[in-house]
Each structure stands twice: as C-alpha cells, then as structure tokens.
Design a binder for this molecule. Structure first.
Ligand code: F0G
Length: 374
C-alpha cells in the first residue's frame, strides 16, 4: 500500500505513516543500490526515552536508547536487515553465525523472511531460553558447540571461508554499517551528539558501530562533537579492560560472555578517537542495575543491557560524569529474552507472588487498604 493512503475505517491521521525500516529510512547513507533487495521487519526507529530516575541519581541528563523495541527484541536487527539484504543480493542461499543468542534469533528471523536457510552455532547450554526459542521458531538449523562463543565464531568463520554459507556475524562489515544508524537516530532526536554514550561490550561490534555513526554525522555537519564512548564488560569476561584474551569467560550476562572480541582493533580505535573508557562491572552490580532500570524507569532489559546503567552509576559515583552532562545509554536487548534473573532476589531466593483466597476483605487487609466508600 502506498504510504500516503489511509486505510478506510481507521482513525489514523492522514499525516501518519509507518516507519519503513532503516535501510529505506537511511538509504542515502548506506551501501544500498537498485539491485539490493530490502529484507526488512521494520527494525530501527527505536525510542530514546528520558530517564528522570537516573538523572536524579547522577545529576546528569540521562536518556535510554531502548533497542529491545526492535522486531526480534535486540539491536542485532539493525545489522541483520543490512547483512541479510546484501547476502541475498550476492545470491546467498544460506547464512551462518556464531551467537550468544541474540544474533541467532535475528539471523533466523531475517533469513526466514528472505526465504533462505540459517545455520546457527551456539555455546552448549549457555544461551537464554527466550533466544533459543526464537531461533527454533524461525526454523534455524541449530547446533550447540561443546565450547564457548569464541570457539563458535572460529568455526563459523572457517565454514564461511570454505563452504557456500554467508557469514553474518559482526566481522561482516554490513552488520556494523546497519548498526551505526542508531547513532543517527540519537542525533536526530537530541539535535546534537550527547556528551557521553554508555554501551555494553561483547565483540565490540556495536561500540564500533556507534562510533562510526557519530563520526559520520560529525563529518557531514549534523552534529558538533563526538560523545565519549564508555564501554562496559562483565568482570569475568573483560578482555578489553584487562588488555588480554580471557580464555574461560564467565558472567550471568550470557549475551556478553566473550573472551576474544572480534572487533578488538576497531574498538581500540573508537576508544582512542572518542577519549573513551572501558570498564568492568560485577554480576551483582549488573543485576542491581537491571532492577533499578525496570523498577524506577519502567524499562525491562536483559542483564547484558543493564551493564550500561551499572556503568553510568559507577562512573558517576567516581566523579567522572559532570553534573548536567547529556548522557545516552544503549540498552541492547529486551528483558523478556532472559526473564529468570528478574524472578530471583539478590540473596538467590526465588520470587513467588503471595497466594491469597478469593476474599476481598482479606486482600484489602493484606494490601493495607482502608475502605473509603460503602
Ligand atoms: N548486548 C546484547 C543483548 C548482546 O546480545 C550483545 C552481543 C551485546 C550487548 C554486545 O554487542 O558484541 O557488538 O559488543 N551479542 C552477540 C550475539 C555476541 O551473538 O548475540 P557487541
């Protein structure tokens, strides 16, 4: 349907139109030609949400880029619309990726939409049930490798080099190109780049992508500065912070359980070019930040995403975020991807809502409510 046609019987304003997905919205700024088939599920255009509770806690002016609002519930869809479109343009019949879960969910969905096969390699027993269910639902060929993510990526790269399968991990430059559009969106909303950008880091593909997006906007005069890029890894898998590969990475934030980031060199470049920072956060602080974001801001994210919030609170407490700074936090994946952590208290016990009888007086009593009308 042409975008200016209002369906009969709806109350849509004639001015409204549907977001067309980032390849169409940013066609002039991506390597898209007439020959590129547009494989889209409507990704991008995610909300930048003011977070007054975080502003109050830090004295900064804090906004959250909620990437869980993408079609498969994570930022991976930005890179995948581009990577799968280019794969189809190049005649690929099958794509492959290694994944801690979100990439596989996204690759499977976009491959399904394009009518091609997806193969995903995941670390055995180490991806969340929500993400695994997505890959299954979208009919991916799923193999659990008896190893970690880094082992999976090595195998995927080798297979793509010697067999007719197209690699859609972020070592594929089309992925990073699609993901850089998130920085364009931030600048469109704020009118300029923020002072700081906080972001989770696993392979460092997204850290690299935002830096590229911000750099491009600066170069074309859409903004006046680069934000300082502050990237965070979990304490047990923090190779960029430690400056060396971590052989057996561990963290409850399974999405970023990565010991040898694929975009290591690009990340170093982005870190240097933006006067950036890499920090490590404990699992306990990741879970506390997840709770703060859901309970005080109303945004539910998976643990890996909450590390942006934990990073802000830690840097702010260290006096490194001046009052009044404009701060953007990318939260990368939806809380429903990995809901088990929200159902567990800090002491390890499970949350189980209180069981009550069908009795209004008793329920009102439990809630501490006083009757105000007869
Ligand atoms: N947050 C989430 C929710 C992720 O799934 C990932 C990466 C990251 C952050 C880190 O992004 O790798 O660009 O630094 N997930 C990949 C996957 C590894 O397979 O889904 P990065």
């Amino acid at each position: 349907m042409p975008e200016d046609v209002v369906p009969a019987g709806t109350n849509q304003s004639p001015m409204s139109r549907q977001w067309r997905g980032l390849l169409r919205e940013y066609a002039d700024r991506l390597n898209i030609t007439e020959a590129t088939p547009i494989v889209t599920l409507g990704e991008g255009g995610t909300p930048l949400i003011a977070a007054p509770a975080l502003s109050a806690r830090t004295g900064a002016n804090v906004f959250v880029k909620y990437e869980g609002m993408n079609p498969t519930g994570s930022f991976k869809d930005r890179g995948m619309t581009m990577a799968i479109s280019k794969a189809v343009e190049h005649g690929a019949k099958a794509v492959i990726c290694a994944s801690t879960g979100n990439t596989s969910a996204s690759a499977a969905a976009y491959a399904a939409h394009a009518g091609i096969t997806s193969v995903v390699l995941i670390p055995a027993g180490k991806i969340s049930m929500g993400k695994l269910s997505q890959a299954v639902a979208h009919n991916a060929e799923i193999l659990q490798v008896e190893g970690n993510f880094d082992d999976c990526l090595e195998i995927a790269r080798e297979l793509a080099a010697y067999y007719p399968v197209h690699l859609v991990n972020s070592v594929n430059p089309d992925r990073i190109a699609g993901q850089k559009t998130a920085a364009f969106e931030v600048i469109e909303v704020l009118g300029d780049a923020p002072d700081f950008h906080f972001i989770p880091v696993g392979n460092a593909g997204n850290y690299t992508a935002y830096y590229r997006g911000y750099s491009e906007d600066l170069a074309r005069g859409a903004s006046t500065k680069l934000p300082r890029m502050f990237g965070f890894q979990a304490e047990g898998s923090a190779p960029l912070v430690r400056g060396e590969v971590v052989k057996n990475p561990e963290t409850i934030a399974s999405a970023i359980r990565i010991g040898n980031p694929a975009s290591w060199n690009f990340a170093i470049e982005a870190h240097a070019g933006s006067n950036g920072y890499f920090g490590a956060i404990s699992d306990a602080n990741i879970l506390e930040a997840q709770r703060i974001l859901s309970a005080e801001v109303g945004i539910f994210v998976e643990p890996a995403s909450a590390i942006s919030v934990a990073g802000l609170l830690e840097r702010s407490a260290a006096g490194e975020v001046p009052k009044g700074s404009k701060v953007v936090l990318t939260v990368t994946g939806h809380g429903l991807k990995d809901p088990q952590w929200a159902l567990r208290r800090a002491d390890g016990t499970d949350v189980s809502p209180r069981l009550v009888p069908i009795d209004i007086t008793e329920i009102a009593g439990i809630l501490g409510l006083q009757k105000v009308a007869e």
